[in-house]
Ligand binder design. Sequence first.
Ligand SMILES: [Zn+2]
Length: 217
Amino acid sequence: MAMRVTFWGVRGSLPSPTAPQALTTRTRDLLQAFFAAGHRGAADIDRFLGALPPHQVGGYGGNTLCLEVQTETQQVIIDAGSGLRLLGYDLLKGPCGRGQGEVHLLFTHFHWDHLIGLPFFSPLFIPGNQIHLYAVEPDLPEVLRTLFRKPNFPVPLERIGATLAYHRLPPRQPAQIGDLTVTPYRLDHPDPCWGYRFEHQGKVFSHCADTECTRMS
Ligand SMILES: [Zn+2]
């Protein structure tokens, strides 16, 4: 595995749960396909669903932005949209569930949809976990203090349990996170927003969210 990228959330602006009508339509389509394939009994349901592409059963996610980049030995998370809540549950199965986890979380920018998952990221509340937070913009600590401050959220950042470490990334300078080389590049967005170029073993993944390509010369 050179790099594996998992999309835990891709929506902009707001999480978008599946509407009841859309769920009804999808269920009807699946039932029609089930019977059209010649299935008749409950014993065939799991085999039928398991053979379909995941999106045909589960649809596309409604969570706001959160990605996970993994190598054999390193994991980096990009942004703390509502998708981060699901990733947090997944991490609890490993060292994060025992207070022995190390998390590396990069922020592209501080718009609401890229932050709202953080107060619901379970590894934050387990003492012993080390959470490394990265951003190019200098105001990350104040942004997060505000996010967790009453009346926005009942638990202040100073009492969450895990240990936080802030890291400021210089623009266009390669930084090393384990065996991943990460370089931030400025994007075109109403407030400063940064894309990240990940390099590992000669392979490159570039993440450019929210860029609009309207003000760039
Ligand atoms: Zn934005």
